[in-house]
Design a protein around this ligand. Structure first.
Ligand code: ZN
Length: 395
């Protein structure tokens, strides 16, 4: 309440005011129900010697999310991703991708079962707050790249039954459903099968994720989906011109249609990774096949080289905040959320892992955003989209 208004109310005896000391930024962050829409951490779930329950540090591990850091209060939950790399559009390619995606889903289920006293599967919008109240972290499951479905849309129902509630049609390259933001147009948007995919997503009550899709695909998703579209990890093109980001017109169009865009921490600036480090980063994607000793040696090499050679993006926490504030200004607080692509390429200097999240709350508060605004962006907007998709299913 503003002091003048408070003085006026007291002078008129209009109310009795109990004054609580304002929460400090850290306490306000802990009070928020916080959610990130794109956690690529499951690719580490079956990695030999790695423990999701532990608390890892930047020097000794590449992973940015674990239960140790989630429990510390910085992140209450999020969408754990079944990511499948794009392969050939052939029966064999589809069969391999399907086997891979169901194996990854199984690894997520095994991990949730192993840590069932600390984290639980969430499938409904109301589950996040319910599980949080029980003192646990919550895990929604999502699909990045629907390539593993092949041409069999009934598989979406299989994933739904096992808890998946968010899926995107495409990744870095065009596939059987849609054009990618980072490939040449093949379908000029959605393919005929992609349009059926939209119908099936709506019928099941799953939220559609347009991150990685081309602008034409986003336009067609907004036109054809019965429920609002989410972009689980994307940013504004105005602050970094890249096809993975959205121009202001598309941000406005998305917001006008009721959707939401979750701020990414990748594609904030030009990649400046040295070739030598690039080779090691590529190697790190195979860490699940390495022994713990081989993993430790690779991590040590990477961290040592990062001290002397350029790595990652020419961007830092200030760049991230610049993009985020622009996004909020254009979309409005009802249409922004958080999806930093942790463990999938996200993270910049001074914003290296989920330990950095309270800084975002502090900066948004300093920029004038209220506790109510923050709650919408930290989880409310995403949960609204889940609720709408569920309410309109089956039609
Ligand atoms: Zn991605």
């Amino acid at each position: 309440m503003r002091p003048l208004l408070l003085a006026a109310l007291l002078a008129t005896g209009a109310c009795t005011v109990t004054q609580h000391p304002p929460l400090d930024d850290a306490a306000l962050h802990r009070k928020q129900l916080t959610l990130d829409t794109h956690l690529d951490t499951p690719m580490h779930f079956a990695r030999p010697g790695w423990d999701f329950g532990a608390r890892h540090g930047h020097e000794s591990d590449l992973v940015q999310v674990d239960l140790g850091r989630m429990d510390a209060g910085d992140l209450d939950g999020g969408f754990f991703v079944i990511y499948t790399a794009q392969g050939p559009l052939t029966p064999q390619g589809y069969a391999d991708a399907k086997a891979f995606a169901f194996r990854r889903l199984g690894e997520i289920e095994t991990t949730l079962a192993k840590f069932s006293s600390r984290i639980a599967l969430a499938t409904k919008a109301g589950d996040a707050a319910r599980i949080d109240r029980a003192g646990k972290r919550f895990a929604y499951i999502s699909i990045e790249n629907s390539y593993p479905l092949g041409d069999d849309l009934s598989l979406l129902g299989e994933f739904y039954k096992r808890g998946v509630r968010l899926a995107g049609p495409v990744h870095f390259r065009d596939n059987q459903f849609a054009d990618s933001a980072t490939d040449k147009p093949r379908w000029n948007g959605l393919s005929p099968l992609g349009r059926k995919w939209v119908k099936e997503m709506n019928r099941l009550g799953m939220v559609i994720d347009a991150s990685h899709a081309s602008d034409a695909v986003l336009d067609q998703l907004i036109e054809t989906s019965r429920t609002p579209i989410l972009l689980s990890h994307s940013g504004p093109r105005a602050t970094y011109d890249h096809p993975r980001n959205l121009d202001d017109d598309h941000i406005r169009k998305l917001a006008a249609s009721g959707g939401a865009i979750c701020m990414n921490s990748a594609y904030l600036g030009k990649s400046s990774t040295s070739p030598e480090l690039g080779v090691l980063y590529d190697k790190s994607e195979q860490m699940a096949e390495m022994t713990p000793a081989e993993q430790a040696s690779l991590i040590a090499q990477i961290r040592a080289l990062e001290r002397t050679q350029p790595s990652g993006q020419a961007a830092d926490f200030e760049t991230y905040m610049g993009g985020l504030l622009h996004l909020i200004q254009v979309a409005g607080v009802d249409h922004v959320c958080f999806g930093a692509d942790w463990d999938g390429g996200g993270g910049v200097k001074d914003f290296e892992d989920i330990d950095a999240l309270p800084k975002v709350t502090a900066r948004l508060r300093a920029a004038g955003y209220s506790e109510v605004d923050l709650q919408k962006m930290w989880s409310g907007n995403v949960l609204r989209l889940l609720r709408i998709a569920d309410e309109r299913k089956g039609r």
